[in-house]
Design a protein around this ligand. Structure first.
Ligand SMILES: CS(=O)(=O)NCc1cccc(-c2cn3c(Cl)cnc3c(Nc3ccc(N4CCOCC4)cc3)n2)c1
Length: 270
Protein backbone atom coordinates (compact mmCIF):
# COMPACT_ATOMS: atom_id res chain seq x y z
CA UNK A 1 0.00 0.00 0.00
CA UNK A 2 1.28 3.49 -0.83
CA UNK A 3 2.43 5.48 2.23
CA UNK A 4 0.74 8.91 2.51
CA UNK A 5 2.68 11.34 0.33
CA UNK A 6 5.11 13.27 2.53
CA UNK A 7 6.18 16.56 0.97
CA UNK A 8 9.92 16.92 0.86
CA UNK A 9 12.13 19.99 0.77
CA UNK A 10 15.81 20.66 0.24
CA UNK A 11 16.67 21.14 3.92
CA UNK A 12 15.50 17.60 4.66
CA UNK A 13 18.81 16.53 3.07
CA UNK A 14 22.56 16.85 3.61
CA UNK A 15 24.01 17.31 0.11
CA UNK A 16 27.20 15.39 -0.72
CA UNK A 17 29.48 15.25 -3.74
CA UNK A 18 28.57 15.78 -7.36
CA UNK A 19 27.95 12.37 -8.94
CA UNK A 20 27.49 13.54 -12.53
CA UNK A 21 26.40 16.35 -14.81
CA UNK A 22 23.21 16.45 -16.81
CA UNK A 23 21.81 18.46 -19.72
CA UNK A 24 19.16 19.94 -17.41
CA UNK A 25 21.13 19.86 -14.18
CA UNK A 26 23.36 17.69 -11.99
CA UNK A 27 23.11 14.61 -9.77
CA UNK A 28 24.37 14.80 -6.17
CA UNK A 29 24.88 12.26 -3.44
CA UNK A 30 22.51 13.19 -0.58
CA UNK A 31 21.37 11.86 2.79
CA UNK A 32 17.94 12.35 4.35
CA UNK A 33 18.68 13.89 7.77
CA UNK A 34 16.16 12.07 9.99
CA UNK A 35 16.60 8.54 8.59
CA UNK A 36 20.21 8.94 7.38
CA UNK A 37 18.98 7.21 4.19
CA UNK A 38 21.40 7.81 1.28
CA UNK A 39 19.91 8.84 -2.07
CA UNK A 40 20.89 10.51 -5.33
CA UNK A 41 19.37 13.96 -5.78
CA UNK A 42 18.89 14.97 -9.42
CA UNK A 43 18.44 18.72 -9.79
CA UNK A 44 16.70 20.01 -12.94
CA UNK A 45 16.52 23.70 -13.76
CA UNK A 46 13.00 24.82 -14.68
CA UNK A 47 14.38 27.48 -17.02
CA UNK A 48 16.38 24.97 -19.11
CA UNK A 49 13.39 22.63 -19.16
CA UNK A 50 11.16 25.50 -20.26
CA UNK A 51 13.62 26.69 -22.92
CA UNK A 52 13.94 23.13 -24.30
CA UNK A 53 10.16 22.81 -24.14
CA UNK A 54 10.22 19.44 -22.38
CA UNK A 55 8.00 20.19 -19.36
CA UNK A 56 5.36 17.69 -20.53
CA UNK A 57 8.06 15.06 -21.08
CA UNK A 58 9.52 15.66 -17.60
CA UNK A 59 6.06 15.35 -16.00
CA UNK A 60 5.27 12.17 -17.99
CA UNK A 61 8.67 10.59 -17.23
CA UNK A 62 8.34 11.37 -13.49
CA UNK A 63 4.79 9.95 -13.47
CA UNK A 64 5.96 6.73 -15.17
CA UNK A 65 9.21 6.31 -13.24
CA UNK A 66 7.66 6.79 -9.78
CA UNK A 67 5.33 3.81 -10.32
CA UNK A 68 7.94 1.33 -11.59
CA UNK A 69 9.17 -1.44 -9.27
CA UNK A 70 11.81 -3.75 -10.74
CA UNK A 71 15.25 -4.92 -9.52
CA UNK A 72 16.89 -3.59 -12.69
CA UNK A 73 15.14 -0.22 -12.84
CA UNK A 74 16.43 2.63 -10.66
CA UNK A 75 13.78 3.77 -8.16
CA UNK A 76 12.37 7.29 -8.23
CA UNK A 77 11.21 7.65 -4.59
CA UNK A 78 9.70 11.15 -4.78
CA UNK A 79 10.18 14.65 -6.16
CA UNK A 80 9.69 18.25 -5.05
CA UNK A 81 10.37 21.69 -6.52
CA UNK A 82 11.06 25.31 -5.63
CA UNK A 83 10.54 28.25 -7.98
CA UNK A 84 13.83 27.58 -9.82
CA UNK A 85 14.45 23.84 -9.74
CA UNK A 86 12.82 20.40 -9.76
CA UNK A 87 14.43 17.82 -7.45
CA UNK A 88 14.18 14.05 -8.08
CA UNK A 89 14.89 11.80 -5.08
CA UNK A 90 16.43 8.72 -6.68
CA UNK A 91 17.92 5.42 -5.59
CA UNK A 92 21.70 5.82 -5.23
CA UNK A 93 23.71 3.44 -7.45
CA UNK A 94 27.02 2.99 -5.61
CA UNK A 95 29.10 1.73 -8.56
CA UNK A 96 28.48 4.51 -11.07
CA UNK A 97 27.64 4.25 -14.76
CA UNK A 98 28.19 1.26 -17.04
CA UNK A 99 29.92 3.73 -19.37
CA UNK A 100 32.53 4.40 -16.72
CA UNK A 101 32.83 0.73 -15.74
CA UNK A 102 33.49 -0.12 -19.41
CA UNK A 103 36.22 2.53 -19.61
CA UNK A 104 37.77 1.13 -16.43
CA UNK A 105 38.16 -2.36 -17.98
CA UNK A 106 41.82 -3.11 -18.96
CA UNK A 107 40.74 -4.03 -22.52
CA UNK A 108 37.85 -1.47 -22.43
CA UNK A 109 35.43 -4.40 -22.84
CA UNK A 110 33.74 -7.06 -20.66
CA UNK A 111 34.12 -10.84 -20.93
CA UNK A 112 31.23 -12.93 -22.25
CA UNK A 113 29.92 -13.94 -18.83
CA UNK A 114 29.77 -10.35 -17.52
CA UNK A 115 28.28 -9.08 -20.80
CA UNK A 116 25.60 -11.80 -20.81
CA UNK A 117 24.77 -10.98 -17.18
CA UNK A 118 24.18 -7.30 -18.05
CA UNK A 119 22.17 -8.18 -21.19
CA UNK A 120 19.97 -10.64 -19.25
CA UNK A 121 19.29 -8.02 -16.54
CA UNK A 122 18.44 -5.38 -19.14
CA UNK A 123 16.25 -7.84 -21.02
CA UNK A 124 14.19 -8.61 -17.90
CA UNK A 125 13.78 -4.85 -17.22
CA UNK A 126 12.68 -4.27 -20.83
CA UNK A 127 10.14 -7.12 -20.60
CA UNK A 128 8.69 -5.40 -17.50
CA UNK A 129 8.58 -2.03 -19.34
CA UNK A 130 7.11 -3.45 -22.56
CA UNK A 131 4.37 -5.24 -20.56
CA UNK A 132 3.44 -1.70 -19.41
CA UNK A 133 3.73 -0.28 -22.97
CA UNK A 134 6.76 1.77 -21.96
CA UNK A 135 9.35 1.92 -24.74
CA UNK A 136 12.50 3.65 -25.87
CA UNK A 137 14.34 3.80 -22.61
CA UNK A 138 17.29 5.29 -24.36
CA UNK A 139 19.50 2.27 -23.70
CA UNK A 140 23.20 3.15 -23.74
CA UNK A 141 26.05 2.72 -21.24
CA UNK A 142 25.75 6.35 -20.07
CA UNK A 143 22.15 5.69 -18.94
CA UNK A 144 22.80 2.40 -17.17
CA UNK A 145 23.95 2.44 -13.56
CA UNK A 146 25.49 -0.22 -11.33
CA UNK A 147 23.93 -0.75 -7.90
CA UNK A 148 25.09 -2.84 -4.94
CA UNK A 149 27.14 -5.85 -6.08
CA UNK A 150 27.30 -4.26 -9.54
CA UNK A 151 23.64 -5.01 -10.34
CA UNK A 152 22.55 -3.22 -13.55
CA UNK A 153 19.85 -0.51 -13.25
CA UNK A 154 18.14 1.38 -16.08
CA UNK A 155 18.52 4.95 -14.86
CA UNK A 156 17.23 7.25 -17.56
CA UNK A 157 14.09 9.35 -17.40
CA UNK A 158 14.04 10.05 -21.10
CA UNK A 159 16.68 12.77 -21.01
CA UNK A 160 20.30 11.75 -20.99
CA UNK A 161 22.71 12.41 -18.14
CA UNK A 162 25.98 13.35 -19.72
CA UNK A 163 29.15 11.80 -18.38
CA UNK A 164 31.80 14.42 -17.77
CA UNK A 165 34.03 12.41 -20.10
CA UNK A 166 31.75 10.88 -22.67
CA UNK A 167 32.89 12.08 -26.08
CA UNK A 168 29.82 10.69 -27.77
CA UNK A 169 27.57 13.69 -27.41
CA UNK A 170 25.59 15.21 -30.26
CA UNK A 171 22.75 17.75 -29.90
CA UNK A 172 20.43 15.04 -28.62
CA UNK A 173 22.80 12.36 -27.42
CA UNK A 174 24.96 9.85 -29.27
CA UNK A 175 23.56 8.63 -32.63
CA UNK A 176 25.31 5.27 -32.17
CA UNK A 177 22.26 3.68 -30.58
CA UNK A 178 19.60 4.95 -32.99
CA UNK A 179 17.78 2.22 -34.94
CA UNK A 180 17.25 2.64 -38.73
CA UNK A 181 13.56 3.53 -38.34
CA UNK A 182 14.45 6.44 -36.04
CA UNK A 183 17.36 7.57 -38.24
CA UNK A 184 14.73 7.76 -41.02
CA UNK A 185 12.32 9.65 -38.75
CA UNK A 186 9.72 6.89 -38.85
CA UNK A 187 7.46 6.30 -35.82
CA UNK A 188 9.15 4.01 -33.35
CA UNK A 189 7.72 0.91 -31.65
CA UNK A 190 8.92 -1.27 -28.76
CA UNK A 191 11.25 -2.92 -31.27
CA UNK A 192 13.64 0.04 -31.06
CA UNK A 193 14.67 -1.42 -27.70
CA UNK A 194 15.62 -4.70 -29.38
CA UNK A 195 17.96 -2.86 -31.75
CA UNK A 196 19.53 -0.89 -28.85
CA UNK A 197 19.95 -4.15 -26.90
CA UNK A 198 21.93 -5.51 -29.87
CA UNK A 199 24.04 -2.33 -30.04
CA UNK A 200 24.74 -2.55 -26.30
CA UNK A 201 25.60 -6.26 -26.52
CA UNK A 202 28.13 -5.49 -29.27
CA UNK A 203 29.61 -2.56 -27.33
CA UNK A 204 30.01 -4.52 -24.06
CA UNK A 205 31.84 -7.35 -25.86
CA UNK A 206 33.88 -5.23 -28.30
CA UNK A 207 34.47 -1.94 -26.43
CA UNK A 208 32.97 0.40 -29.04
CA UNK A 209 29.59 0.71 -30.74
CA UNK A 210 29.02 -1.34 -33.95
CA UNK A 211 28.32 1.63 -36.25
CA UNK A 212 30.73 4.09 -34.61
CA UNK A 213 32.38 6.60 -36.87
CA UNK A 214 33.97 10.01 -36.24
CA UNK A 215 31.59 11.49 -38.81
CA UNK A 216 27.85 11.36 -38.02
CA UNK A 217 26.54 10.71 -41.50
CA UNK A 218 29.03 7.85 -41.79
CA UNK A 219 27.31 6.36 -38.72
CA UNK A 220 23.85 6.98 -40.25
CA UNK A 221 24.90 5.22 -43.46
CA UNK A 222 26.29 2.23 -41.56
CA UNK A 223 23.13 1.99 -39.43
CA UNK A 224 20.88 2.01 -42.51
CA UNK A 225 23.01 -0.67 -44.16
CA UNK A 226 23.37 -2.59 -40.87
CA UNK A 227 27.08 -2.46 -41.72
CA UNK A 228 29.11 -3.78 -38.74
CA UNK A 229 32.01 -6.19 -38.31
CA UNK A 230 32.53 -8.51 -35.33
CA UNK A 231 36.11 -9.10 -34.14
CA UNK A 232 37.44 -12.68 -34.18
CA UNK A 233 37.35 -13.08 -30.40
CA UNK A 234 33.53 -12.91 -30.25
CA UNK A 235 31.93 -16.35 -29.74
CA UNK A 236 29.60 -17.78 -32.43
CA UNK A 237 26.70 -17.75 -29.93
CA UNK A 238 27.21 -14.05 -29.13
CA UNK A 239 27.56 -13.23 -32.84
CA UNK A 240 24.30 -15.10 -33.52
CA UNK A 241 22.35 -13.16 -30.87
CA UNK A 242 23.71 -9.82 -32.14
CA UNK A 243 22.78 -10.77 -35.72
CA UNK A 244 19.19 -11.48 -34.57
CA UNK A 245 18.86 -8.04 -32.92
CA UNK A 246 20.66 -5.79 -35.43
CA UNK A 247 18.00 -6.43 -38.08
CA UNK A 248 16.75 -3.64 -40.37
CA UNK A 249 13.08 -4.66 -40.25
CA UNK A 250 11.86 -3.97 -36.66
CA UNK A 251 9.34 -6.84 -36.90
CA UNK A 252 12.09 -9.37 -37.60
CA UNK A 253 14.19 -8.66 -34.47
CA UNK A 254 14.37 -11.47 -31.88
CA UNK A 255 11.60 -10.89 -29.26
CA UNK A 256 12.73 -10.29 -25.65
CA UNK A 257 11.31 -13.58 -24.33
CA UNK A 258 13.48 -15.41 -26.89
CA UNK A 259 16.54 -13.30 -26.03
CA UNK A 260 16.10 -14.42 -22.39
CA UNK A 261 16.49 -18.08 -23.38
CA UNK A 262 19.07 -17.63 -26.16
CA UNK A 263 21.91 -20.24 -25.85
CA UNK A 264 24.50 -17.45 -25.31
CA UNK A 265 22.52 -16.03 -22.37
CA UNK A 266 21.84 -19.47 -20.86
CA UNK A 267 25.47 -20.58 -21.31
CA UNK A 268 26.86 -17.59 -19.38
CA UNK A 269 24.28 -16.92 -16.66
CA UNK A 270 23.52 -20.26 -14.98
C1 LIG B 1 32.37 8.85 -14.22
S1 LIG B 1 30.97 8.28 -13.37
O1 LIG B 1 30.86 6.89 -13.29
O2 LIG B 1 30.94 8.98 -12.12
N1 LIG B 1 29.71 8.76 -14.24
C2 LIG B 1 29.37 10.13 -14.06
C3 LIG B 1 27.93 10.20 -13.89
C4 LIG B 1 27.22 10.91 -14.85
C5 LIG B 1 25.86 11.03 -14.67
C6 LIG B 1 25.19 10.43 -13.60
C7 LIG B 1 25.90 9.71 -12.66
C8 LIG B 1 25.27 9.03 -11.55
C9 LIG B 1 23.89 9.04 -11.37
N2 LIG B 1 23.39 8.34 -10.31
C10 LIG B 1 22.10 8.14 -9.91
CL1 LIG B 1 20.74 8.79 -10.68
C11 LIG B 1 22.11 7.33 -8.80
N3 LIG B 1 23.40 7.03 -8.50
C12 LIG B 1 24.17 7.65 -9.45
C13 LIG B 1 25.57 7.68 -9.65
N4 LIG B 1 26.37 7.00 -8.77
C14 LIG B 1 27.75 6.95 -8.75
C15 LIG B 1 28.35 6.07 -7.86
C16 LIG B 1 29.75 5.96 -7.81
C17 LIG B 1 30.54 6.72 -8.66
N5 LIG B 1 31.92 6.58 -8.66
C18 LIG B 1 32.76 7.53 -9.35
C19 LIG B 1 33.98 6.87 -9.98
O3 LIG B 1 34.61 6.00 -9.04
C20 LIG B 1 33.71 4.96 -8.60
C21 LIG B 1 32.53 5.54 -7.84
C22 LIG B 1 29.91 7.60 -9.55
C23 LIG B 1 28.55 7.72 -9.59
N6 LIG B 1 26.09 8.38 -10.69
C24 LIG B 1 27.29 9.59 -12.81
Amino acid sequence: PQKPKKTWELNNFDIGRLLGRGKFGNVYLAREKESQFVVALKVLFKRQIGESNVEHQVRREIEIQSHLRHPHILRLYAYFHDDVRIYLILEYAPQGTLFNALQAQPLKRFDERQSATYIQALCSALLYLHERDIIHRDIKPENLLLGHKGVLKIADFGWSVHEPNSMRMTLCGTVDYLPPEMVQGKPHTKNVDLWSLGVLCFELLVGHAPFYSKVYDETYKKILKVDYKLPEHISKAAAHLISKLLVLNPQHRLPLDQVMVHPWILAHTQ
